[in-house]
Design a protein around this ligand. Structure first.
Ligand SMILES: Nc1nc2c([nH]c(=O)n2[C@@H]2O[C@H](COP(=O)(O)OP(=O)(O)OP(=O)(O)O)[C@@H](O)[C@H]2O)c(=O)[nH]1
Ligand SMILES: [Mg+2]
Length: 140
């Protein structure tokens, strides 16, 4: 089966303005044509040959949401088998960035609170991310 490494960024709104509980997350909607189409995602994409996951994260977040990552921490790795492909998600918490986050490829995008995250449909592999964010007190 096809195996791909993916860098995924959980982008957090700045800590200055909000208490930890109220920090917001930037999410995007996948297009109908993409794998796991029409679901919501944390922005990111495939790790290219010769790139580290962190380098891929920085490149993808600039391409997809127009930000420059200034500080991030590795959150977790998730292996998941979809029927058609196997993914390894390298998930990072992006805690500092410059630029205004927006859907730079025309995709729908928004800032949502931790409590609101549960109202959006994500690919199955993301359940583990939401669980870890809840453990860290960042979402409910
Ligand atoms: N970006 C992203 N991908 C995810 C998430 N959860 C998840 O299972 N994936 C899977 O990871 C894979 C790679 O992501 P991608 O489609 O964004 O890759 P990409 O940006 O390089 O773009 P492309 O598909 O247009 O070539 C997809 O199979 C997608 O279903 C998530 O939260 N964010
Ligand atoms: Mg992508």
């Amino acid at each position: 089966m096809k195996h791909i490494d993916v860098a995924v960024g959980v982008v957090l709104s700045s800590e200055n303005e909000r208490h930890n509980q109220d920090r917001h997350f930037f999410i995007c909607k996948r297009s109908a044509k993409q794998h796991q189409g029409d679901k919501w995602e944390f922005p990111g994409g495939k790790v290219d040959a010769g790139e580290t996951p962190e380098q891929a994260l920085a490149r993808e977040l600039t391409e997809e949401i127009n930000i420059d990552v200034k500080s991030c921490e590795a959150l977790m790795q998730i292996r998941h088998d979809y029927v058609d492909k196997q993914v390894c998600l390298h998930v990072f918490l992006v805690t500092e960035f410059t630029g205004q986050a927006r859907g730079a490829e025309g995709q729908e995008s928004k800032w949502v609170s931790g409590a609101e995250l549960a109202n959006y449909e994500f690919p199955d592999a993301n359940q583990a991310i939401l669980h870890t964010l809840a453990q860290k007190g960042l979402c409910t």
